[in-house]
Design a protein around this ligand. Structure first.
Ligand code: GLN
Length: 493
């Protein structure tokens, strides 16, 4: 069997393991062989977890030997963003202040992937504490986009996106607070989903903005995305925001097609400043594809969505400044060795332990929450959030799903926006509204522009993942994206 992971789906892997065509042990080796060939140039990982992967593979292989029924992701190589706790690893959030922070328990989503038989290959690079859209804000250096090593993979889950795009692993988990799964998904040509707020437990995920954070998968195909969701979704008593709902099989409606589906193209997002003409035309072409598939395609406006970015950059930093207060040099992580007194210890440990973007967010958030400014900033931002929620509610009276670009541009060059935070923040104009409203969204590749992938975002109302994925699967079938990054193509040649 050819073990080129960029050509193997999770389903194919599980079947091959079940029929003894390949062992889980061999799949671990295949994953590390690919990493060995490309990682030096890509830098998708902060840490490889060979020991843990081999133990997981041993368990799967002994199930096969015993003739036991295999769990749904048996033998599938996976990776986790480095803000998810995994026992036996450090959970660093790509931050100096947590560089030595050893996990003492498994994140629930991680535990669920392991219970499903997946093989944990490593922990992925990210923007420090998930602040960023390029994975350049990592204290351990940037990740490079497998499609063009001089370009960013997007962020903040750029390592997870690059690992799947380069065929190093089959599924990777990321977290999405303002777009950090969908935007890197778009920039690396992967399928990337942020589920409804509350669908996936965040227990064991280092918190960024607790009213926005959500865990989700990167995969190559829509079916694998649904399979990954099946594994990670579900109520968890350890996360008060996780929702108790009947179990759903997200693969069930994937083949129902787009006929009769009411698809709304978000018109005002397509006239927004900064949108690359190629991205715009590819999203419009995607809408045409839906029409050809028998969907009822129309147009809709989300008049307040354009204020989403502004509201997000109050709410996000406000919650982050409070969540990050615990990293103080006393209880976790980095501590200066020669403090003059306790205040000096706090101040210098934080000043030296946090990178520039983290410090910027903490300062913005602390300011926005301070007495006298709270109503003017945080209060106002929450009102804008309500207006955006109402915009979506109105749109979903007329449409089952909405189409937008995922990112206004294809992958930009490393360094291009690094010194201009506002330009960087603008990468997320199309993804942020879904976080503010708590609704699910997927990014799927819809074409290439100058050899780089373009992402189409499909949004649906709360808990409509099955419909969103059904639309994505119909599109994927009609317009398959079967190209691999040139780097990966060279390996196969
Ligand atoms: N890029 C956005 C930010 O910098 C979103 C990050 C995220 O979703 N974690 O905050």
């Amino acid at each position: 069997m050819n073990l080129d992971l960029s050509r193997l789906t999770a389903g194919r892997i599980r079947d091959a393991v079940a029929s003894r065509e390949v062992s889980a042990m061999e799949l671990v080796e295949a994953s590390y062989a690919r990493i060995g060939a490309l990682e030096e140039r890509v830098h998708a990982f902060n840490q490889l977890t060979r020991e843990i992967a081999l133990r997981a593979a041993e368990r799967v292989d002994s199930m096969v030997a015993e003739g036991a029924g295999l769990p749904p992701l048996a033998g599938v190589p996976v990776a986790f963003k480095d803000n998810m706790n995994v026992v036996g690893t450090n959970t660093t959030c790509s931050a100096r202040i947590l560089a030595d922070h050893a996990s003492v328990y498994d994140c629930t989503a991680v535990g669920r992937m392991l219970a499903a038989g997946a093989l944990p290959i490593g922990k992925c690079n990210m923007d420090e504490f998930a602040f960023g859209s390029s994975t350049e804000n990592s204290a351990f250096g940037p990740t490079h986009n497998p499609w063009d090593l001089d370009r960013v993979p997007g962020g903040s889950s750029g390592g997870s996106a690059a690992a799947v795009s380069a065929g190093m692993v089959t599924i990777a988990l990321g977290s999405d607070t303002g777009g950090s799964i969908r935007q890197p998904g778009a920039l690396t040509g992967t399928v990337a989903m942020k589920p409804t707020y509350g669908r996936v437990s965040r227990y064991g995920l280092v918190a960024f903005a607790s009213s926005l954070d959500q865990i989700g998968p990167f995969t190559k195909t829509v079916e694998e995305c649904a399979q990954a969701l099946n594994a990670i979704c579900g109520w968890d008593p350890m996360d008060a925001t996780s929702v108790r709902r009947p179990e759903e099989d997200f693969t069930a409606s994937l083949r129902e097609g787009a006929r009769g589906l009411r698809v709304g193209v978000v018109r005002d997002m397509l006239s927004a400043e900064g949108l690359a003409p190629d991205v715009r035309s590819q999203v419009l072409a995607a809408a045409d594809t839906f029409a050809e598939l028998g969907a009822e395609v129309g147009e809709v406006d989300l008049p307040h969505a354009k204020y989403g970015l502004d509201a997000y950059y109050i709410i996000g930093p406000a919650e982050a400044s409070s969540n990050l207060a615990r990293f103080d040099g006393i209880r976790y992580g980095y501590r200066v060795s020669d403090p003059n007194d306790v205040v000096d210890l706090y101040m210098r440990s934080r000043a030296e332990g946090f990178g520039a973007e983290s410090i910027r967010r903490i300062m913005i958030g602390t300011y926005a929450l301070s007495a006298g400014y709270y109503e003017a900033y945080y209060g106002q931002a929450q009102k804008v959030r309500t207006l955006i929620i109402e915009d979506f509610a109105r749109a979903f009276e007329r449409f089952d799903v909405l189409l937008t670009p995922t990112s206004p541009t294809v992958a930009f060059r490393i360094g291009e926006k690094a010194d201009d935070p506002l330009q960087m923040y603008l990468s997320d104009v199309y993804t942020i509204p879904a976080n503010l409203a708590g609704i699910p969204g997927v990014s799927i590749p819809c074409g290439l522009s100058e050899g780089l992938p373009v992402g189409l975002q499909i949004l649906g109302p709360h808990f409509s993942e099955s419909t969103v994925l059904r639309a994505a699967a119909a599109f994927e079938e009609a317009r398959p994206f079967d190209v691999v990054p040139p780097l990966v193509g060279e390996l196969a040649a």
